[in-house]
Design a protein around this ligand. Structure first.
Ligand SMILES: [Ca+2]
Ligand SMILES: [Ca+2]
Length: 231
């Protein structure tokens, strides 16, 4: 009996994956919508490092099903490639910030941007407000890690004072003081974490984090922003 309750809890946790993240074997209603098309996300090679994740939390997403295809309105495309990036860590040279949107998603150390400890963000400027449907984050994927206080926001205000929409927040105890989040923590993989942008129109994308299960640093391999390009 106890085993079946545990199994139910695990299945519930697997189904609780939010937003766009339909698993491969689940029906996605968008698949049969004639206004939708599959958006191909360019994925890096997996590392297959054996380093095990030594972390568990009730806030961790335990689902192990691979993500299904990403559907969005026809015409949705990658908007963020080579777009300018700013960040909260002023010691990072501007040249290095390009790594967030340069299309290089390899796990090698040379492909990973490192920001100092504490609550830090990177911010992508898409150039103009555009309808956004998906944001994919690769903090790190050489081996399994979980990043803390991951908050993804979009706005037309570069200072994120006005008109801010929060698309993901897994800061369950509000330690980053951006509001208490209800999303699950997730294990970093080569597939990245797809965040539903829900058609929000915005020019700027800001992504926060606050260290990870290996160290206190904040890192980025790449961030993809998908949406409809403004005319
Ligand atoms: Ca990159
Ligand atoms: Ca927290």
């Amino acid at each position: 009996m106890k085993n079946s309750i545990l199994l139910l809890a695990l299945v519930a946790a697997a189904v609780a994956v939010s937003g766009l993240a339909y698993a491969q074997d689940e029906p996605d209603p968008k698949a049969s919508d004639p206004n939708m098309a599959e958006v191909k996300i360019s994925l890096p090679d997996a590392s297959f490092s054996g380093t095990p994740l030594d972390y568990w939390s009730e806030h961790l997403d335990l689902s192990i099903k691979p993500r299904g295809p990403f559907y969005a309105p026809k015409g949705t495309t990658l908007l963020s490639l080579n777009k300018p990036v700013a960040c909260s860590d002023k010691s990072v040279p501007a040249e290095k910030l390009k790594m967030v949107t340069d299309g290089d998603k390899k796990f090698d150390e040379a492909s990973v941007l490192v920001l100092k400890p504490g609550v830090q963000y990177v911010q992508i400027d898409l150039g103009k407000p555009q309808k956004l449907f998906g944001i994919v984050i690769w903090h790190f994927h050489e081996y399994e890690r979980v990043y803390f206080d991951v908050v993804v926001q979009v706005s037309n205000d570069p200072n994120f004072k006005e008109g801010v929409t929060t698309l993901l927040n897994n800061d369950y105890d509000n330690s980053a003081a951006l509001g208490q989040g209800k999303d699950k923590e997730f294990i970093e993989k080569e597939t990245g974490r797809l965040v539903d942008a829900k058609g929000t129109e915005a020019r700027y994308v800001r992504l926060y984090s606050n260290g990870n299960t290996t160290d206190d640093m904040n890192t980025y391999v790449e961030v993809d922003v998908y949406g409809l390009a403004a005319e």
